[in-house]
Design a protein around this ligand. Sequence first.
Ligand SMILES: NC(=O)c1ccc[n+]([C@@H]2O[C@H](COP(=O)([O-])OP(=O)(O)OC[C@H]3O[C@@H](n4cnc5c(N)ncnc54)[C@H](O)[C@@H]3O)[C@@H](O)[C@H]2O)c1
Length: 326
Amino acid sequence: MAILVTGGAGYIGSAAVEDLRGKGETVVVLDNLVYGHRKAVDSSVAFYEGDIGDESLIQKILDEHTIEACMHFSAFAFVGESVEKPDIYYENNFVQTLKLLDVLIKNNVKKFIFSSTCATYGEPQYVPIDEKHPQFPTSPYGWSKFMVERALADYDTAYDLKFVALRYFNACGASGDCGEDHTPETHLIPLVLFAAQGKRDSIAIFGDDYPTPDGTAIRDYIHIADLSQAHLLALEHLRNDGKSEFINLGNGGGYSVKEVIEAARKITGRNIATKIAPRRAGDPSRLVADAKKAREVLGWNPQFPEIEKIIESAWNWHEAHPNGYE
Ligand SMILES: NC(=O)c1ccc[n+]([C@@H]2O[C@H](COP(=O)([O-])OP(=O)(O)OC[C@H]3O[C@@H](n4cnc5c(N)ncnc54)[C@H](O)[C@@H]3O)[C@@H](O)[C@H]2O)c1
């Protein structure tokens, strides 16, 4: 039996592929390589290039492999772009996911692990955010993920699909040979490290007047190795006939933008110039997870909660891959 990993050539999916293989699992990757990298997946892994919404391709994969479960990482994930082009986000992230689910269910593949996001919560009404926090996303990206969550709950009722929807906070760090190579890059840690490498002059701090101790926004950073482990535990949960769950993945504390930059200066030993820019619309002051449920239900125990360890792994990867995967 094999695990189908969609988006397995992407940042987080490729780390999960490696960890699954490390556990002796057989893996099949499906990725259209719009954002992923063929080199992020070992050449020995069965690899299909194409869309998750291509029903005949999904059927072909299911005919050629005995698929037990699907880990569904593939999505477009640029929040700003989703505001400008909501159509492609709803089509790629929601409509195509329904097509994937249809074929899986028709073939009796009913274990599904979904990459959801803290963006499904929208503006926090309280922090830390637990799974009962109201969900009202502030972007089409967040809504596209929220709509998949709703569909999963209804597919469980109607078709007995069992799923774990993992709501990640801010994924970061590098795991083994897998690191962050997004184009365009929008995430803070790689951008800070690009500044340390001299690839950019400075790093913009969007707002230094938030109601936080140093005035900059606080986010919950979570190492991709810890995210990946949660997927393996979610798979075990479903194998043990666990019920469908929505589960946050974060560390609970959070670090401010200034703390991340300071840690990066320490790890890299480089000067990192900053400039203060206005707050960005819709950027809350604190986005931090209550991840108690992941510990209780999955037995999840993150190994890399400290920002220094996260940045160190990312820095080592960026230094070893100055041009990313290319
Ligand atoms: N990176 C984060 O901080 C973060 C936070 C919360 C949730 N997530 C979610 O985690 C998942 C993985 O994120 P990532 O950072 O690894 O992104 P990524 O862009 O590196 O990986 C996504 C992969 O999916 C592929 N893909 C996209 N649409 C596809 C389609 N229709 N068919 C086949 N392949 C397709 C892309 O080519 C890419 O390789 C996404 O679903 C994202 O929404 C990420």
